[in-house]
Design a protein. Structure first.
Length: 134
């Protein structure tokens, strides 16, 4: 039993290392993409395009997308975006996971998901997202 526990621990650490190595391999791309999406207030449209492209890539339909007025803080600006989405549970889950990854680092503040009355394999939801612009 002790060896099984040690082996499991090693396998877990190997997976974490592989993931981190993959991120390091893409470091330059991540940095350039981050700079593209975080450099100025004009990038709100880039962020919206990024969200729409990711949704389309995962088969998630965006029924409505509403950016709120930008909150100006002393050190940064915060963009809050509400989106209404529709899709399968797996596609919505994958889409949401992709939004919070580098290079964009969008935060999900609110996630409301409910099944469709007509088709139980489809879900509708509302996401409130925020993105810090430095």
């Amino acid at each position: 039993k002790k060896w099984n526990s040690v082996n499991s621990s090693i396998e877990l650490k190997e997976r974490v290392l592989k993931k981190n190595i993959k991120l390091l391999d893409h470091k330059d791309t991540i940095i350039s993409e981050y700079k593209k999406y975080s450099s100025s207030l004009d990038n709100v449209s880039n962020i919206l395009n990024y969200i729409e492209n990711q949704a389309q890539g995962f088969g998630v339909k965006i029924a409505n997308i509403r950016p709120r007025p930008i909150d100006k803080e002393s050190q940064y600006d915060k963009v809050i975006i509400e989106i209404e989405i529709e899709g399968s549970f797996d596609s919505i889950n994958s889409f949401t996971k992709e939004l919070i990854r580098p290079p964009v680092f969008i935060t999900v503040d609110r996630f409301d998901l409910r099944s469709s009355y007509r088709d139980i394999t489809k879900f509708k939801g509302t996401l409130t997202l925020n993105k810090i612009i430095i």
